[in-house]
Design a protein around this ligand. Structure first.
Ligand code: FES
Length: 273
């Protein structure tokens, strides 16, 4: 059993939890993920590791309440336990050797962008972070990002916080102002990553995206997380979750992601109403 050591509500739908999982914490790297089950009969959900502390033996997860299982998870409190917490899974992000990087986070995807920015900062890279949210109430991890970024730009769709506009507007402004990046790393909604990649492709800047499709076993056996990358079938759980964004078929990924939306809404209503 995996105890919840700390719980913090970051915004109305996003929650942070620190889970006691010493074996996972000892091996975790930015970019990797875990699969958890809230209880014995629970659905497995993959969550990218948001932070980890090998000394304390804890792993931090940040999740958005989008369906029945995340609602159940969000209802748990400090001192309660998760039934399963398996990981670290997936390939760690390749961050060594990068000198100057733009890290882009969208919405709750910013939680996954944070350990990447932190690791780059620890490796001595110049980190420019751009994070985007729908409005002021949804902004998360501002202080954490500020501590590990040489430049931090916060965007909001409605202009209620930071600058008004999309993350792609801010990125294009920086590129046009002469900033030269070894790499752009984008983590967030598929539509955001798609348009970041379109932009960077036009400027010839290598771009890595973190894909978080439906996952079931997390070991490359079930095929649930398959994606098309460079015309080839890849499994996000073992080949990723990081991929060359210019090769990802985002339209196909969005279509697959929408397949279970009605089912998920139905389950959520049954669980929460
Ligand atoms: Fe089953 Fe990746 S989750 S193949």
């Amino acid at each position: 059993m995996y105890e919840i050591k700390r719980k913090k509500v970051l915004n109305p739908t996003v929650t942070l939890m620190e889970i006691q999982a010493p074996l996972v914490a000892a091996k975790a790297q930015p970019g990797q993920f875990i699969i958890l089950r809230v209880d014995e009969n629970g659905e497995r959900i993959p969550l990218t590791i948001a932070d980890f502390d090998p000394a304390a033996g804890t792993v931090t997860i940040i999740f958005q309440i989008v369906g029945a299982t995340t609602a159940k998870l969000g209802a748990l409190n400090e001192g309660q336990c998760l039934h399963d917490f398996v990981g670290p899974l997936g390939t760690p992000s390749h961050l060594e050797g990068l000198k100057k990087v733009a890290v882009i986070g969208g919405g709750v995807g910013s939680a996954i962008a944070y350990p990447v920015a932190k690791k780059l900062h620890q490796l001595g890279a110049e980190v420019h972070t751009i994070v985007g949210f729908r409005n002021r109430d949804l902004v998360i991890l501002e202080d954490e990002f500020r501590a590990v970024s040489d430049k931090l730009i916060i965007m909001s769709d409605d202009g209620s916080y930071g600058q008004k506009g999309l993350v792609t507007n801010a990125l294009e402004d920086l590129i046009k102002a002469g900033e030269q990046y070894d790499e752009v790393i984008a983590i967030g909604p598929l539509i955001m990553m798609k348009f970041v990649c379109k932009l960077t492709e036009s400027y010839g800047i290598k771009t890595v995206v973190s894909m978080n499709p439906i996952m079931i076993d997390g070991t490359g056996m079930c095929g649930g997380c398959r994606l098309t990358v460079g015309g080839e079938t890849k499994f996000a759980c073992v080949d990723g979750p990081d991929f060359d964004g210019h090769l990802v078929d985002f339209d196909e990924a969005m279509e697959r992601g929408a397949m279970y939306r009605d089912f998920e809404r139905h389950q959520y209503e049954e669980t929460c109403n």
